[in-house]
Design a protein around this ligand. Structure first.
Ligand code: NAP
Length: 282
């Protein structure tokens, strides 16, 4: 029912991807405590998922370097989706910087770090309030025309920004914060679905503490299926729309297997009623 593949740009990818942020130090700043552990999770993720999400500011730079060190030469069909336009000068501090010339420089540096001739999916990480949005998007469009990137993605955008961007360049993906407990972007998910744009929800598990917001329903559905709340949360995302490609992050091989197998879990109509708040009691 969840389908096993989703369209991302001009290729089909498996429905659940992997977010590489959690393989680093706290807040994605600095390297991991035990690099070998992170590298073994990354290797396993790249075998079982088709989309690995990263960004130049994760580390900073360390995530892209780890990906190249561990996975290059990349297997056929693996999409390394990276981002530019945000800086991380200290742990937990994220500052947009999406001026056109900077985006070009960031892309060139990501190509070098990732040892790629072309980035399959390059995402504008954040809208920079100091730069006219169209100028950032035009810079992404130029990177695509030059062949440095194959597809343009946008992160942390509104519906109207999506429409403004689409007047300039085809948009292959949107990556916004979204989960069973965080549905502010329902309309954007619907628009992406109808327009054939992949939607990559970030924070799909809310750092493993998703249960707080929808604790009762999630726990109940998890009990019904004898599984974890994380798997239910991911199965809900898969059932939400065929355009959704969750990118859960983890530093644990067990959690990775749990997350990547969420497509095997089929939620019933009664489960969905409960999770969508249509029925508060069993
Ligand atoms: N575009 C953006 O602005 C943006 C912002 C943030 C993140 N992202 C991307 O989105 C990806 C995912 O977001 P996220 O890492 O913030 O949130 P997340 O995937 O919702 O949560 C990751 C956390 O959940 C825990 N976890 C993972 N699987 C679990 C399981 N099966 N059971 C229990 N706990 C589990 C992990 O801990 P363990 O290591 O212990 O498993 C980790 O601390 C990131 O890796 C990054 O690529 C993008």
């Amino acid at each position: 029912m969840n389908g096993s593949l989703t369209r991302l740009g001009d290729r089909d990818v498996r429905r659940i991807g992997f977010g590489a942020l959690r393989l680093l130090g706290p807040n994605g700043f600095g390297g991991p405590e035990v690099p070998e552990n992170s590298e073994s999770v990354l290797l396993a993720a790249a075998r079982k998922a088709d989309v690995i999400d990263t960004a130049d500011c994760y580390g900073p730079h360390l995530s892209e370097e780890m990906i190249a060190r561990t996975l290059w030469p990349y297997r056929e069909g693996l999409v390394i989706a990276t981002k530019g336009g945000l800086t991380c000068p200290s742990p937990g501090t994220w500052i947009p910087d999406a001026a056109p010339d900077r985006l070009k420089r960031c892309c060139e540096e990501s190509l070098t770090r990732l040892r790629l001739d072309r980035i399959e999916l390059y995402q504008l990480h954040a809208v920079d309030p100091a730069v006219q949005f169209e100028q950032s998007v035009e810079a992404m469009a130029r990177l695509r025309e030059e062949g440095s990137i194959r597809h343009v993605g946008l992160c942390n955008i509104t519906m109207s920004q999506l429409e403004r961007a689409r007047r300039i360049v085809p948009i292959a993906s949107v990556q916004n914060r979204y989960s069973v407990a965080d549905r502010g972007d329902d309309a954007l998910v619907d628009r992406c679905t109808s327009e054939g744009i992949a939607f990559l929800p970030w924070f799909p598990l809310q750092r493993g503490s998703l249960a707080r917001a929808v604790a009762g329903p999630l726990a109940l559905v998890a009990r019904r299926h004898r599984t974890s709340t994380a798997r239910v949360a991911l199965a809900w995302l898969l059932s939400r729309s065929p355009a959704v490609v969750p990118i859960p992050g983890t530093g644990s091989l067990d959690h990775l297997d749990e997350n990547l197998s969420a497509g095997d879990l089929t939620l019933t109509g009664a489960d969905l009623d409960l999770l969508d708040g249509r029925e508060l009691k069993e």
